[in-house]
Write a protein that binds this ligand. Structure first.
Ligand code: FES
Ligand code: FES
Length: 168
């Protein structure tokens, strides 16, 4: 008898049916079954944060979540940030402020920051520094990552997201 379960995962707004063993992590399913390779595999022990995705808006380490636990959730990966080939404002800020060098940690930082700014749009620099300390970066020294997230917070406060167009 197969011990696999057919689950439906909603990733970046699209439903996907996947057959998974109960022990399979959300990280492995995202990368290997669904092809969302923007989510990186680092320590696989919940330490580095390279695998951070949003689950119902909360930044979580995908290596510590079983895929079956995310069945009813809204999962968002780094692939959800850009649109039509354009970088999101946060991605653009990382580029402008040199918030990455090798870039291995970057998807995790982007999703961590995206979730944090959604919950704390008025966060000050000290709070941003505290938030990004959850993830590991071996290259940047963090200063430039804090600069990028702080710049995005300021930009979003000054320029609220445009309203969705409504049909007359
Ligand atoms: Fe998940 Fe490091 S790979 S925390
Ligand atoms: Fe290299 Fe962060 S940019 S680990």
């Amino acid at each position: 008898m197969s011990d696999k379960h057919l689950i439906e995962l909603t990733v970046n707004g699209t439903g996907h049916e996947v057959l998974v063993e109960p022990r399979r992590t959300l990280l492995d399913v995202l990368r290997h079954d669904l092809g969302f390779t923007g989510t990186h595999t680092g320590c696989e022990h919940g330490v580095c944060g390279a695998c951070t995705v949003l689950v119902d808006g909360e930044p979580v380490r995908a290596c510590l979540v079983f895929a079956v636990q995310a069945e009813t959730a809204d999962v968002r990966t780094v692939e959800s940030l850009g649109r039509d080939g354009e970088l999101s404002d946060l991605q653009q800020a990382f580029a402008e402020h040199h918030g990455l060098q090798c870039g291995f940690c970057t998807p995790g930082f982007l999703m961590l920051a995206e979730g944090f700014l959604a919950q704390r749009p008025d966060a000050d620099r000290a709070e941003i520094r505290e938030a990004v300390s959850a993830n590991l970066c071996r290259c940047t020294g963090y200063q430039t990552i804090v600069d990028a997230v702080a710049a995005t917070a300021t930009r979003r406060r000054c320029q609220p997201a445009p309203q969705e167009e409504t049909t007359p």
